[in-house]
Design a protein around this ligand. Structure first.
Ligand SMILES: [Fe+2]
Length: 283
């Protein structure tokens, strides 16, 4: 069932709990049409007018709500006009309630690093990002949800905390937030802050979607690898978020050591359990 969250400032549906559409599962999903609320796709994998990626997307979109999620918009750097044109075409095909990408930079117009690099959190960077988000939302013609990335280092130049920066950007650009709860926890462990402070500092009425994922633990840091189940601490943080904002569109990301689709459905069931528990605790 889809409904609009009462705590959200945007009139967008709560899609339920979904998973990322990944190549190893394309055939099974198309053939078996498993029970699932919604799917997220990697935008860059489906920005073609034809071919097999488009065919598998068309099959998916016939049966499920689909939201495009990008990794190369580079809101902290320069946008490629051709990329924006193709993104608009994808969004026009899917008619999603929002599309998403990351609060990061991925290189210059000439040199892309194919990584989601955090930004220095300064007023000048904020103003540039706000201007780009406004332009991207205008050119794509849809609400953009901006996602927090995981971090491993702080910039000396940053003058505000990440959560303040993200909140200021979202308010000034009038965009939505895709809150990656695993990224908050990974960054909190790596940089030494309390993840609850992150939730305290955000305009939570702008959160339209949540990402949940697993990560790898090393002796001195945690790495956002999306190749494990969601850990207990991230489930606890998710529950706290749902206690604060109510039902929210939630997406399980699993991009490495991708398990059978049935294992993803188990993770969806676990997310549903935690969301239901948090909603009971909220009353
Ligand atoms: Fe994410």
């Amino acid at each position: 069932m889809q409904y609009v969250a009462s705590t959200s400032r945007f009139s967008v549906p709560v899609l339920g709990i979904g998973v990322g559409y990944r190549v190893p599962h394309y055939q099974q999903v198309v053939e078996e049409r498993p029970e699932l609320d919604w799917f997220e796709i990697l935008s860059e994998n489906h920005m073609t007018e034809g071919g097999s990626p488009r065919w598998y997307l068309e099959q998916l979109a016939e049966r499920y709500p689909v939201v495009p999620h990008g990794v190369s918009l580079s809101l902290g750097g320069a946008q490629d006009p051709e990329h924006l044109r193709r993104l608009r075409s994808l969004v026009d095909f899917l008619h999603p309630p929002w599309f998403s990408d990351h609060l990061c930079w991925t290189g210059t117009r000439e040199h892309r690093v194919h990584d989601l690099l955090p930004l220095p959190y300064t007023p000048a960077i904020r103003d540039g990002v706000v201007e780009r988000i406004r332009r991207v939302q205008g050119e794509v013609g849809r609400l953009l949800a901006v996602e927090n990335v995981s971090a491993y280092l702080n910039y000396k130049d940053s003058t505000v905390a990440e959560w303040d920066f993200l909140g200021e950007v979202a308010e000034a650009a009038d965009c939505a937030i895709l809150l990656d709860v695993n990224n908050i926890f990974v960054s909190a462990c790596n940089l030494g802050f309390d993840p609850m402070i992150y939730l305290d500092g955000l305009p939570l009425d702008r959160v339209v979607q949540v990402h949940l994922a697993g990560h790898s633990v090393f002796p001195k840091y945690r790495l956002d690898t999306h190749d494990h189940p969601v850990c207990d601490e991230v489930w606890a943080l998710y529950r706290e978020l749902v206690r604060r904002i109510g039902p929210v569109s939630t997406l399980i990301e699993w991009d490495g050591n991708i398990p059978p689709f049935e294992r993803l459905q188990e993770e969806v069931a676990t997310a549903r359990f935690h969301q239901d528990q948090a909603l009971k605790e909220r009353r």
